[in-house]
Design a protein around this ligand. Sequence first.
Ligand SMILES: Nc1ncnc2c1ncn2[C@@H]1O[C@H](COP(=O)(O)OP(=O)(O)O)[C@@H](O)[C@H]1O
Ligand SMILES: [Mg+2]
Length: 260
Amino acid sequence: MELKTRNLTLGYDKTIILEDINVTLPKEKVTILIGSNGCGKSTFLKSMARLLKPIDGQVLINNENIFNISTKKVARELAILPQSPYAPEDLTVFNLVKQGRYPYQTWLNQWSGEDEKAVDYALDKTGILNLKDKKLSDLSGGQKQRAWIAMTLAQQTDIILLDEPTNHLDIKYRIEVLDLLKTLNKVENRTIIMVLHDINLAFRYADYIIALKDGKVYSQGVPKDIVNEDLIRDVFDIQSKIVTCPLFKTPTCIPYQNYD
Ligand SMILES: Nc1ncnc2c1ncn2[C@@H]1O[C@H](COP(=O)(O)OP(=O)(O)O)[C@@H](O)[C@H]1O
Ligand SMILES: [Mg+2]
């Protein structure tokens, strides 16, 4: 499954947010989108999942315009976890995760052993099998986030899109969620495309970075090739020193305004 854009222009009503974007999201890699608040990261991700119609250009999935493919077929190829997903608080974890199976259901085939297996797999992978009968309202932030990720896993798609999946999580759970996504990528060859706020975690976990700025792709590539002080200054409007992380050998940004 390959996802790419062709002269993609996105926006709302007549306001253009991203213009003439041409990117190929590397297959079976972890790609992370970075950029300042409001630059269009969520807008980009929504369009990849067919949730937003382009003003111009196309999103292609295996060279086919995503808008020419049925909703259910798209949902069997890619799953998206939006920035602020909503579900009723009295829903149980099991019933949330079960919703990931909707693309496989027809009126003839309502719920199968296959669906049951996929849900169990997703609960197991995210370490929340023991929470399956709990209501969402009784979960911690980290547990709830894992339940949402489980829902996207139950969908069993090659491509998983996630918009700030570590938002509101403590550092321990942030690492846990990112390690889980990395493992899914490495062990099961899932293509992961996500937005992350924490640039240092982005540089650590990404195989490929796409930096957005002023409606364009500012730069894209492997973190160690593209991350430098100019990028941080231009994209985030802050001075910094880039050092190599002693543990992971990835670029690490130390931002500052002034120092003596
Ligand atoms: N549904 C919407 N209707 C109108 N404008 C929107 C909508 N969603 C986002 N925007 C605007 O589009 C721009 C990009 O938003 P977004 O993609 O959410 O940025 P990011 O995720 O990078 O913070 C912002 O100026 C935002 O206000
Ligand atoms: Mg966003």
